[in-house]
Design a protein around this ligand. Structure first.
Ligand SMILES: NC(=O)c1ccc[n+]([C@@H]2O[C@H](COP(=O)([O-])OP(=O)(O)OC[C@H]3O[C@@H](n4cnc5c(N)ncnc54)[C@H](OP(=O)(O)O)[C@@H]3O)[C@@H](O)[C@H]2O)c1
Length: 194
């Protein structure tokens, strides 16, 4: 049984992915978030809620003990959080990281100019790529609530295809990455609707 630590567990995509983990797998989840009173534990037998800030290294390292996969679904101080996550994973001997970023961080979207609001996302991806972790960085398009479950991937260096992607498609990809050893290791992938 796989143990998955979800950082930023109250985020929109994280909540959707938590539901999919619980409905389609037997993974055990640790839901890590600030101000945990906002989140009702969705399945007390399989999910544990931990209150913590990702920038709080001791709390983060304590939550990493016994985990197999770290899935980071964050916003805000992305570079500093990436540094904390990489450091805490080294300290606790964890290797597998799935890190949600954004389309556009490499100026890869045809017809769109790079915007400096993406600097924290670009910088956090650089921190992770410089590590020796088994990471998969996802650069999704704009989230939709479409029911569809299909996506296409583009590699770093390729132009991004499309513009949107459904939350459900992203969650299905994250669940598959978490539970499939060796899948898309050390990749930085654009994700859009197929
Ligand atoms: N929406 C889109 O169409 C779209 C498209 C491409 C990429 N993205 C990106 O994909 C990522 C996930 O999206 P989302 O909609 O799930 O984002 P979201 O709802 O904004 O969730 C991000 C979570 O990160 C948490 N967080 C930030 N700093 C933290 C810290 N220091 N410690 C612990 N938690 C922290 C926030 O917690 P608090 O609630 O405590 O603030 C929040 O719950 C975001 O970075 C977003 O920008 C979004």
């Amino acid at each position: 049984m796989t143990n998955v630590l979800i950082l930023g567990a109250n985020g929109q995509l994280a909540r959707n992915t938590t539901r999919m983990f619980l409905q389609t797998t037997d993974a055990r989840l640790t839901l890590y978030l600030r101000r945990s009173s906002r989140l009702t534990c969705p399945a007390p037998q399989r999910a544990t809620v931990v209150e913590g800030d990702v920038l709080d290294r001791p709390t983060l390292e304590a939550a990493m003990k016994g985990q197999d996969v770290v899935y980071a679904n964050l916003s805000g101080a992305m570079k500093e959080q990436a540094e904390c996550i990489v450091g805490a994973m080294h300290a606790t001997g964890l290797r597998r990281l799935i890190f949600i970023s954004s389309m556009g961080i490499h100026g890869e979207v045809p017809g769109e100019r790079y915007s400096s609001v993406l600097d924290p996302y670009r910088d956090s991806a650089a921190v992770i790529e410089a590590s020796d972790l088994d990471y998969t960085i996802l650069r999704p398009g704009w989230f939709t609530r479409d029911a569809s479950l299909d996506y296409q991937l583009t590699q770093k260096g390729e132009p991004f295809k499309g513009h949107d992607v459904s939350l459900n498609s992203l969650s299905a990809l994250i669940v598959k990455l978490a539970l499939t050893p060796g899948m898309e290791i050390r990749r930085n992938l654009g994700v859009s609707q197929g």
